[in-house]
Design a binder for this molecule. Structure first.
Ligand code: OSB
Ligand code: MG
Length: 367
């Protein structure tokens, strides 16, 4: 595929409510969109890097810089013919998986659109809809938390994930269990604990959680393996799993029983599929994580989540859980599921009027 150039477009969408985690509070989604322009049409990708390097070392300004300064010049200087080659071409640049994933996504969308192939079909999807869970932030009070969870259950979400941190863990979990009974419930610590907190985490055992996500720091695989021996709740990794090889290592060490897959975190949708395959081969179930994406990134996530080993509901929520107006036609919850887009490529595109309204800057980079 020939690439004429790439537009790097920054958009800012207010969140419908603040989203607090052990890492901080988000009140808006400040996203970088990548539009790949080719002689055969265009394609879109969303960079999931946040405004601060708190979830991982990447942040949106840095991603834009590395794309402009290092990644696109490589694609301009070497012959290549398809999106499947991009990860290998960009491998000499260390790190920056979210920046690389956004470029691969945009080129892949352009390529599949031109060929009339839906992304889901290209990835090997086996479902037409995917079960939706919802990630619930840390709240000022237990009362507010219960109101928010009640609202999500009422509209049909199939699983609730509570963000936890030391001091906001046992009480919210107990309160949600007491009020809502045996709903599918899990927690995400975003690395806020240490192995020394094992007893506190073991206190979650009686609540029959589906899993505890990333309790310890991302580079502490041995710690997660030891923790997994000390608690009954299955350990799931998010931040630690940065590639298919990292997934294989974590599984071999006994550091996780479940894996959260995010295309941006592992360097692209195609590597995400390999993570899925490695987990499937090891009998480890996976689910699709989220990074508060607009409809552009969400479309890729939902396509990925339709692969066979995504057996748990993902953080693939409806557009209205995040934004009053999404960038694309909204993803709408239907019977607790989102439909997998079936048009060519990611199957959605930014709505021109919305895009115009939320754009903060646009930069054209010739390739
Ligand atoms: O750890 O899964 C996470 C959002 C931003 C950064 C990290 C995480 C999250 C979420 C929200 O949990 C998932 C979503 O609904 O997009
Ligand atoms: Mg997480």
């Amino acid at each position: 595929m020939e690439l004429t150039g790439v537009e790097l477009r920054r958009v800012r969408l207010p969140l419908v409510s603040p989203f607090e985690t052990s890492l901080g509070v988000d009140t808006e989604r400040d996203a970088l969109l990548v539009r790949a322009v080719t002689p055969d049409g265009e394609g879109w990708g969303e960079c999931v890097a946040g405004i601060d390097p708190t979830y991982s070392s990447e942040y949106v300004e840095g991603a834009q810089d590395v794309i402009r300064r290092f990644l696109l010049p490589i694609l301009a200087s070497r012959p290549w013919s398809s999106a499947g080659e991009i990860a290998t071409l960009l491998a000499p640049i260390k790190g920056h998986p979210m920046a690389k994933a956004a470029i691969e996504a945009a080129v892949l969308d352009a390529e599949l659109r031109a060929a009339g192939i839906p992304l889901a079909a290209h990835l090997g999807a086996v479902h037409r809809r995917v079960a939706a869970g919802v990630s619930v932030g840390i709240m000022p009070t237990i009362g507010e938390l219960l109101d928010v969870v009640a609202g999500y259950l009422e509209v049909g979400y199939r699983r609730i994930k509570l963000k936890i941190k030391p001091g906001w863990d046992l009480e919210p979990v107990r309160a949600v269990r007491e009020r809502f009974g045996d709903v599918a419930l899990q927690v995400d610590a975003n690395a806020a604990y240490r192995l020394g907190d094992a007893a506190r985490l073991a206190a979650l055992d009686p609540f029959d959680l589906l899993l505890v996500e990333q309790p310890l720091p991302e580079d502490d695989l041995r710690g997660h393996a030891e923790l997994a021996r000390r608690i009954r709740t299955p350990v799931c990794l998010d931040e630690s799993v940065t590639s298919a090889r990292a997934a294989a290592d974590a599984i071999a060490l006994g550091a996780c029983a479940v894996v959260n897959i995010k295309p941006g975190r592992v360097g692209g949708l195609l590597e995400a599929r390999r993570v899925h395959d490695v987990c499937a081969a090891n009998g480890v179930p996976v689910w699709c994580g989220g990074m508060l994406e607009t409809g552009i990134g969400r479309a890729g996530n939902v396509a990925l989540a339709a692969l066979p080993n995504f057996t748990l509901p993902g953080d693939t929520s409806g557009s209205d859980r995040y934004f009053r107006t999404d960038l694309t036609a909204p993803f709408v919850l239907d019977d607790g599921h989102l439909a997998v887009p079936d048009g060519p490529g990611i199957g959605v595109a930014p709505l021109p009027e919305v895009l115009e309204e939320v754009t903060v800057s646009a930069e054209w980079v010739p390739v």
